[in-house]
Design a binder for this molecule. Structure first.
Ligand code: NDP
Length: 281
């Protein structure tokens, strides 16, 4: 039976260290968060972020906009936040209206204020293994893997999902540790090859957004399973992996909720504090 990889424990350790770092800053660090529209998931996530930021001594400033805001309007606002020396970090909440392209917008956030690590400069630094700020969820997965004590060197790691915010940056962070990384996506499934890749994974990371996509019986005995997916199914929040069956085969598995999510928020706050520290030098 797999051990549970509880995110709360790791998140608490990160947050505890952050409290000391925040105290060493000359000014209260400020995180500007931009929320567009009224997506209930994003609104709930913002409330969680605000609560955690405040508990760490970070000032969380929420800027809400109607879904009718244009991409140019949003970019103008970001440029104002870039110019505001009191603002240390800028965060654009997802999802965005269809009229706004996330990657376009991220390209206008000043790289040293880009706490989600989505500016092309910061993504490029991940590629060169020189990232000070890397994508929050990808980093959170690395924290969870580290907590198991696993040596990634030469391990067969399979990532399902190749999005810019999770799968792609995560693959780079894992390569940096000399893992052997396979990235699966929709075409892998369509070619009927997903099961085969999952079955040989010593470490499996799934970030798709499709409940029970990964069958428990596909999990290799003793594998480490990190389920990033968040789905609402029959009034419950579930991941992308058939949890009960997978838990019987894996050595470690993240619960959903309570696995990757809390660590992602803690890493976001760490990115903000890193940004503030760099800006005050
Ligand atoms: P995206 O929709 O951007 O990416 C999903 C990925 O899954 C794409 O690469 C897509 O491939 C791939 N995919 C879709 N269907 C299949 C399939 N049948 N088989 C294999 N691959 C498939 O989502 P995100 O990366 O933003 O998020 C993924 C999940 O993680 C969501 O549930 C989200 O809520 C959750 N999430 C959780 C976070 C946390 O902190 N816990 C943070 C961020 C996300 P293609 O593009 O080729 O179609």
């Amino acid at each position: 039976m797999a051990k549970l990889l509880e995110g709360k424990f790791i998140a608490d350790q990160i947050k505890e260290k952050l409290k000391t770092s925040v105290q060493s800053l000359r000014q209260v660090p400020v995180l500007a968060s931009i929320l567009i529209g009224d997506d209930p998931g994003a609104s709930a996530y913002v409330r969680t972020q605000a609560k955690i930021a405040t508990s760490l001594g970070i000032k969380y400033v929420l800027h809400k906009f109607d879904a009718s805001i244009s991409e140019d309007g949003l970019i103008d606002f970001i440029l104002k936040l870039n110019a505001d020396t009191a603002v240390n970090g800028i965060l654009v909440q997802l999802p965005l209206p269809a009229s706004i392209n996330y990657m376009n917008v991220c390209g206008f956030i000043q790289p040293d204020k880009d706490v989600e690590g989505m500016h092309p400069t910061n993504i490029g630094k991940v590629l060169f293994g020189r990232a000070r700020i890397a994508a929050c969820t990808a980093n959170a997965v690395m924290e969870l893997l580290n907590s198991t004590g696993v040596d990634l060197y030469g391990k067969e790691v399979v990532i399902v999902g190749h999005s810019e915010i999770v799968g792609k940056p995560l693959a780079m962070l894992l390569l940096e540790k000399f893992a052997t990384v396979t990235i699966c996506h929709i075409a892998t499934s369509e070619a009927g090859k997903l099961q085969g890749h999952v079955e040989r994974a010593e470490i499996l990371i799934v970030a798709v957004g499709s409940p029970n996509l990964i069958k428990g019986e596909w999990i290799k005995e003793g594998a480490i399973v990190v389920d990033v997916g968040i789905n609402r199914l029959n009034e419950k929040i579930v991941g992308d992996v058939e949890f009960n069956a997978a838990q019987r085969r894996a050595s470690y598995i993240t619960p959903v909720p309570g696995g990757v999510g809390p660590v992602t928020v803690a890493v976001l706050m760490r990115n903000l504090v890193e940004a503030a520290l760099a800006q005050q030098q």
